[in-house]
Write a protein that binds this ligand. Structure first.
Ligand SMILES: Cc1cc2nc3c(=O)[nH]c(=O)nc-3n(C[C@H](O)[C@H](O)[C@H](O)COP(=O)(O)OP(=O)(O)OC[C@H]3O[C@@H](n4cnc5c(N)ncnc54)[C@H](O)[C@@H]3O)c2cc1C
Ligand code: SF4
Length: 499
């Protein structure tokens, strides 16, 4: 029995530089980690997501042990039960945790009577974002981002932005190379060790998706290897093709670092410092460095700030009145003839990951224009992505992707027809549908549903400066009624898994 205080490390806080662990030493603290069976079985989590989370936890426990810590790693039916077992064994040890990253997690800690210290997993303390928001009429990401650049000092020359501009985004919207070239090479893949194999063998029957084959590292050393690989091989071309999609390449120049940032194996400063170093040493152009830094100190921090600002009400926003169930095309990608959906949902099934434009402009776009229930979509993405977490899912799905917040986050809905997908990908070639058609049996469902969406919500969007032209164009369509009729058929086919 020991009165040494305990630090309870949660599954997305796997770093000795996070919160309560920062000041702990093997002499001063014991460590508790709980793996809850209920949590693993509570949803149809993707196998690679479950494996990534659990295996990273078990590897981290080993790492702490090799640093000299006494770690109690408890596998229990629930978190509460795990804690009870620990308390029985160490009744006099005070337990502290780092504040969880979700509202649900914090409520649980409160119910369990666990004291928490603030988290430093983000570069912007929650209070700081709320204080910024309180002074603004509108919460534009770009304004927040510029403030972050100045505050944090990334890519700055004194008070001026490096390269003379804050934002090189306009140069980053190129379609994919049409010559079949692959300047990005193959992503890293890890060999699975005994811990990984044990985790895989114990995955619950409720888990979905394909088995892990090493796409996602489960150690800090592995996460840093991915970071180094990204900076050396992908960062120099990060940017220009950020919005592009290719059937034969699932990653392009994306970093694939979100899982490690979200479970703590990497801290945001680790990746930003590495990119700053590459820029300072002339390894990467400013457009690439800026494009990436914007994602991390801008988008990621902004989304996190909005989550704490607007939750819990925000999750239940449904301004467009969307009630359709999740299409089976997402969970059974081989069942659909829409080539773009089959490829993107297939990537999710195969690896628990799809890049931003696949998430936003194919999967999210279809859910938006078909009117899929925001919570159903949110839950599916949360369950299916290796990098899913409540704080990141809710603003990205409810706000950015499905516009269910009525425009609190994005001034216009990210709705698009087949022409956009064709311009930014090679998906349409070889598809059973014709991206140029909006009526007829072989009309592209995206094109049909896009115009139907515009017409359905014409009253809401006609005065939107970024949508008005499209609404008026829709209202002038000579075949508007035929589009509506075809849309009704398309939605029926979508609902019955025959699209
Ligand atoms: C519908 C939808 C669902 C999403 N779900 C998730 C999710 O579950 N988990 C998640 O981490 N991100 C999510 N995102 C944001 C973004 O798509 C992913 O962070 C990104 O695709 C991860 O791949 P990457 O590491 O290669 O990113 P990169 O393109 O290399 O970008 C670098 C980093 O920037 C950060 N970032 C960029 N955009 C965002 C954003 N909008 N929100 C938060 N962080 C951002 C990520 O940490 C990412 O690792 C979602 C976006 C949409 C539109
Ligand atoms: S034609 Fe339409 S459904 Fe087919 S790949 Fe293109 S956008 Fe997707």
């Amino acid at each position: 029995m020991s009165a040494k205080p305990t630090i309870w490390v949660l599954g997305d806080q796997l770093n000795t530089r996070i919160g309560a662990l920062r000041f702990a030493t093997p002499k001063s603290h014991r460590i508790l980690m709980v793996e809850s069976r209920h949590k693993c079985e509570s949803r149809g989590w993707h196998r690679q997501r479950l494996h990534f989370i659990i295996s990273s936890m078990r590897h981290f426990a080993e790492e702490l042990r090799s640093d000299g810590f006494v770690v109690e790693y408890i596998q229990a039916p629930t978190m509460r039960e795990g804690l009870a077992r620990y308390r029985q064994k160490h009744p006099k040890s005070d337990i502290t945790a780092t504040a969880p990253n979700s509202i649900t997690g914090r409520a649980l800690m409160e119910r369990l009577g666990i004291a928490t210290v603030p988290s430093n997993q983000f570069l912007t303390p929650e209070g700081e974002f709320a204080a910024w928001a309180a002074t603004r009429k509108s919460l534009k990401m770009e304004d927040f981002y510029r403030r972050q650049r100045v505050r944090l000092g990334y890519l700055m020359n004194g008070d001026e932005p490096a390269g003379g501009r804050w934002n090189f985004d306009e140069e980053n919207r190129e379609p994919p190379p049409r010559d079949g070239s692959n300047p990005w090479g193959e992503p890293l893949r890890d060999a699975l060790d005994n811990i990984d194999l044990d985790v895989i063998a114990g995955l619950p029957d409720t888990a979905t998706g394909d088995d892990p084959v090493g796409w996602w590292s489960t150690t800090r050393v592995g996460a840093f290897r991915h970071l180094r690989h990204f900076v050396e091989h992908l960062l120099p071309t990060f940017g220009p093709h950020e919005d592009a999609m290719l059937a034969g390449n699932w990653h392009l120049a994306h970093s694939m670092l979100s899982p490690y940032l979200n479970n703590g194996l990497l801290m945001p400063a680790d990746v930003c410092d590495a990119v700053q170093w590459a820029y300072d040493n002339d390894r990467v152009p400013i457009a690439s460095a800026e494009g990436f830094i914007r994602q991390v100190i801008g988008w990621r921090e902004y989304v996190h700030g909005l989550y704490w600002l607007w939750m819990p009400e925000y999750l239940h926003k449904n301004e467009l009145g969307a009630v359709r169930p999740l299409p089976s095309a997402f969970t059974d990608p081989s069942s659909t003839r829409m080539r773009c959906v089959s490829i993107c949902a297939g990537d999710v099934k195969q690896r628990g990951w799809a890049h931003h434009i696949q998430r936003l402009m194919v999967l999210g776009n279809l859910a938006l224009i078909a009117g899929v229930d925001p919570v159903a979509m949110n839950n599916w993405m949360w369950e299916s992505f290796v990098d899913g977490a409540e704080w990141v899912m809710v603003p990205n799905v409810i706000g950015m992707s499905l516009h269910a917040d009525g425009g609190m986050m994005a001034t216009k809905p990210y709705a698009a027809g087949g022409a956009y997908i064709d311009r930014m990908s090679d998906y349409c070639k070889g598809c059973a549908y014709d991206r140029k058609k909006r009526t007829g049996d072989d009309a592209c469902p995206f094109t049909t549903l896009y115009w139907d969406f515009v017409l359905r919500h014409a009253d809401r969007f006609v005065k939107n400066p970024r949508m008005g032209t499209q609404v008026r164009a829709g209202q002038k369509l000579a075949d508007a009624q035929a589009v509506r009729d075809r849309a009704a058929d398309v939605l029926h086919l979508l609902d019955t898994g025959r699209l």
